[in-house]
Structures are given as C-alpha cells and as structure tokens.
Design a protein around this ligand. Structure first.
Ligand SMILES: [Zn+2]
Ligand SMILES: [Zn+2]
Length: 270
C-alpha cells in the first residue's frame, strides 16, 4: 500500500461535486485497503461573504451543516470495523473575514476530527473577491484585474502567509491546503515570477507553527497543471525541513479516492 489514508475527500454535500453516494466513497477506500479517510467538505462560507462564482456553489450550504455532521457520525459507526472515518472541513481563509471564520470554528471545531485551511478566494485591487481556481477564463480575468501574473501570484502567497499567521482561535485547522493551487492554469498562463523566496517564507512559517501540508494529487489531472500541489520541488523542500505531508486526492467523486498516490510515493516515505 502506498498511503494508509486519503485525507482530503469531498462528499455529496459539495454543490460543485458529483452526486455520488457518500457510502460509495467509503466502499472504494476500503477496497483500496486504506485504513483511514478524512471527509473535508468545503465549510459554509461566511454569511456576509458573497461567493464570486457564477452559481455561488463554492461551498456547502449552511442549511446542510447539521445533516452533514449527523450523517458523518452515522457512517463512522457503521463502518468502524472496516475503516477509520474522520469528519471535518476544508475551511476557506478569506482575507477580511477572520472573525466570521473563527466564530464558525469556535462553534463547530470541537465536533470534527480533521480540517484543512485553504485559500481559493483573493481580494482583488477593486476590493471585490475572485475565485482563483474556478476556470482558466476566469483566471485570465483575474490576471487582467491584477495587471500581471506576477501580481496575482504575489497576492496569493501573501494571502497564504496571512492564513498561516492569523489567529483563528483554538480550532484553527493545522494543515494548509493545496499550497501551489495558484498554478492550476500555469501551463496556459505560465508565470514569469520567481516564487522561490516567497514559497520559502511560507514553508518556514508552516514549520514554525508546526502545521502540516496537504499533499494533493488533484492537480495531476487538471489539463493546465499536471502537477501535484505543492509542486514537487516545494513538496521535497517541505519534507526536507521536516514538515509533515498528508496525502489527499481532493476527490469530488467516489472513483478517484487515492488517485495518483503512486506518483507521490517517494514523498510519503518516512
Ligand atoms: Zn471542491
Ligand atoms: Zn480546495
């Protein structure tokens, strides 16, 4: 077995994912021989935040939250002989919404087993928010708004740095999601920006805070990316300085559990 668990998996509660039954994700994980799986659904966005994507479907609905947690608990028990199931969230860090994010975590943090902190939303120069991984077309618009690819990348890593240093209370997620997600469309919009210095700063902050990294294979299957997140050289450096790498497929459908884990084999070796 390459990894003992898949620690970044979505569920039918994700409005932009598939309708695959939750049980099918679990059965596929068992079939693969995984001993653990973390369901990290997109936590509901702050109520005062306007989701910038056209269908406003970036995260689960507040009205589904109790059902998600309840059903999760049920499945944990139902499959406890076969697999350890963790129920949690992928929490968006959105610049300017720290208080609302913390109040969500204060309220729900003790009910969950696992969590990831991710940056998908950036505050653009006009003070509106944009979703950086929505589509290549939207990414082209974002570049226009920021006036250069370099400015987009810099702003992204600054936002990631804030996500690492910000105080979100005692239930702040301890794992940083898909660190180089900003490269999702990099084959179409290559960056001239040498990001090594800023990424080193990010890694050092992660290390200093004893956080871990989501080693996310989803990018391997994005046609304009074809790379894991964080990209290999960054993942290798993280490992070198002693940051724990936690494998996740970021599955939004049941058939992609553990996908690409054979390509991160060297990184998962102790
Ligand atoms: Zn998603
Ligand atoms: Zn994500």
């Amino acid at each position: 077995m390459i990894a003992y668990g898949d620690f970044h998996v979505h569920t039918p509660f994700c409005p932009h994912g598939s309708n695959d039954q939750w049980e099918h994700y679990i059965l596929n994980a068992i079939k693969l021989g995984l001993s653990e799986i973390s369901f990290t659904e997109h936590a509901p966005l702050p109520i005062s935040f306007q989701d910038p994507v056209p269908n406003q479907d970036s995260a689960m609905a507040w009205s589904d939250l109790d059902m998600y947690l309840k059903k999760g608990e049920q499945l944990k028990l139902q499959y406890k002989e076969d697999i350890k199931i963790n129920i949690g969230f992928e929490v968006d860090y959105i610049d300017g919404y720290q208080e609302e994010i913390q109040s969500f975590l204060d309220q729900y943090g003790k009910q969950i087993d696992d969590a990831i902190l991710s940056v998908h939303m950036l505050k653009a120069p006009d003070n509106q928010y944009v979703c950086l991984d929505y589509s290549a077309t939207e990414f082209a618009n974002i570049i226009k708004q920021f006036q250069s690819i370099e400015a987009v990348y810099k702003h992204y890593y600054q936002t990631v740095l804030s996500s690492i240093t910000v105080d979100l209370g005692q239930y702040k997620p301890q794992r940083i999601g898909h660190l180089t997600l900003i490269e999702k469309f990099a084959l179409k919009y290559p960056s001239p920006f040498n990001d090594q210095t800023i990424i080193d700063e990010v890694l050092n902050k992660i290390k200093a805070n004893h956080y871990s990294l989501d080693l996310n294979t989803a990018g391997l299957y994005k046609p304009d990316c074809l790379s894991v997140y964080p990209k290999l050289e960054v993942a290798r450096k993280a490992k070198e300085i002693g940051i724990e790498l936690i494998p996740g497929s970021d599955s939004h459908q049941s058939t992609t559990i553990g996908r690409g884990f054979e390509q991160i084999r060297e990184l998962l070796k102790p």
